[in-house]
Ligand binder design. Structure first.
Ligand code: URA
Length: 436
């Protein structure tokens, strides 16, 4: 077999066999296939597409390219969740403690933020003492004993994805639906959970901007989960504005804890409850979907989910002062430059504004300021006068605030009429749907 012929086949819009895909991925990792050949094939896939069968084969090959986690010796149903990336998206910090409070074992591997989107691991690391890099033995022991563990991914899990993602990132081939689906699902399948919730964002802050593409991605990932024998549901949820009001690591933990204490913004509460309820249903704790969603609300309202969150934090090194989160030196208002209803919020620009304040990274090596970020005073649809505070900027240096404000001026637009709200959850697609 020759890599040259495999590239030529995809260039000519032909379907690759499972053996050809295995040859490519193995060769890419052991150095027998050159990076320039892999990038040529990635571009051919990005342009000419990849069938569902090819995507299933690629996912399997990537999944077993490194170590996989075997959770089968832990009693009970194991659950995981993945978000395709968002701004202000702290849903995991609320939803997964609810799931754990329902008696389901939460074994969640998460990523760090990169670009305009945040990452769960950075958020958790803003808690004093919290350790997010658990080795697989410690991770499994904590899942078994505490019922919930959230850790960064080990280096040896899915090395094919690390290699391909790094090449895609610099060759304009990230935005390929089959490549994204294989990237996400190979990692999720390698972590061994039985039940999976996928939060696929749509809108200006999402990986894929238009809702049809996000729907295609969600459906494809659900079909990949089904082909692997997993129960999974995908939520098509809005990134037309940040989720909740807080953006930034410690600020997001603070807001998640508000929701766990029964307060906090309604959109974050709703999405977290829906995802938790769906996992509870998929795990079979309640056979009726509505009852499962109701149980999620009871576990949140009754404080059991907050207790689970505290146990998670304590198990991973957060001491008694875990609520003493990092803060920034300055808190400066960002004021409306116009009057009217807050209409469109370009969420990606808001994410970059938060990055400029110190809350994110431009490259994987950058340090982050855990206390930095943005707290919005209003959501889309609110009426403001010119000069009213729309948000507060948390940072170390007024120059950071000035740069972030310039971006926010472009991100937030105003209208004279009440804007139409994008649905928080546009659709739920499940392996359990008869029509899938
Ligand atoms: N997130 C991933 O894990 N992979 C992609 O390809 C895109 C987003």
């Amino acid at each position: 077999m020759r890599m040259f012929d495999i590239i030529a086949k995809k260039r000519d819009k032909e379907e690759l066999t499972a053996e050809e895909i295995a040859f490519w991925i193995q060769g890419c990792l052991n150095g027998e296939v050159a990076d320039y050949q892999t990038t040529a094939l990635l571009m051919a896939i990005r342009i000419n597409g990849f069938s569902e069968r090819e995507t299933i084969d690629l996912t399997k090959e990537m999944c077993c390219s490194g170590k996989t986690l075997d959770l089968s010796d832990i009693d009970g149903v194991k659950a995981d969740k993945h978000s395709s990336g968002g701004v202000g998206d702290k849903t995991s910090l609320v939803a997964m403690p609810i799931v754990a409070a329902a008696g389901i074992k939460v074994a969640k591997l998460s990523g760090r933020g990169l670009g305009h989107t945040g990452g769960t691991i950075d958020k958790l690391e803003s808690i004093p003492g919290f350790h997010a890099d658990l080795d697989s033995q410690t991770f499994k022991r904590q899942v078994a004993e505490t019922g919930i563990a959230i850790s960064g991914q080990s280096e040896d899990l899915d090395p094919a994805d690390k290699k391909l993602y790094a090449l895609r990132d610099v060759t304009a081939t990230v935005d390929s639906i089959p490549l994204i689906a294989a990237s996400i699902m190979s990692k999720k399948l390698a972590t061994g959970a039985d039940v999976l919730a996928l939060d696929v964002k749509y809108g200006s802050g999402a990986l894929l901007h238009n809702i049809e593409d996000s729907r295609r991605l969600a459906k494809l990932m659900i079909r990949l989960a089904k082909a692997a024998g997993k129960k999974a549901s995908a939520f098509l949820s809005s990134m037309e504005q940040p989720l909740g009001c807080h953006i930034g690591n410690a600020l997001e933990v603070e807001e998640a804890v508000q929701v766990l204490k029964g307060d906090g913004p309604e959109d974050l509460r709703q999405l977290s409850l829906s995802i938790a309820g769906e996992i509870i249903w998929l795990a079979g704790v309640k056979s009726d979907r509505e009852q499962a969603w109701r149980l999620a609300a009871e576990l949140l309202n009754g404080g059991e989910a907050l207790d689970k969150f505290k146990r998670l934090v304590q198990a991973q090194g957060g001491g008694d002062d875990w609520e003493q989160l990092a803060t920034s030196r300055l808190i400066l208002p960002y004021n409306a430059i116009d009057e009217g209803f807050i209409d469109k919020i370009d969420t990606a620009k808001v994410g970059y504004a938060s990055l400029l304040l110190g809350a994110g990274r431009s490259t994987a090596e950058d340090a982050i300021d855990y206390g930095a970020g943005i707290v919005f005073c209003h959501k889309a649809g609110a009426y403001v006068h010119a000069g009213d505070a729309v948000a507060y900027l948390h940072c170390q240096d007024p120059r950071q605030a000035a740069e972030a404000a310039k971006l926010l001026n472009q991100a937030v637009s105003f209208s004279k009429t009440v804007p139409k709200a994008a649905p928080l959850i546009a659709e739920i697609i499940s392996t359990e749907d008869a029509t899938l």
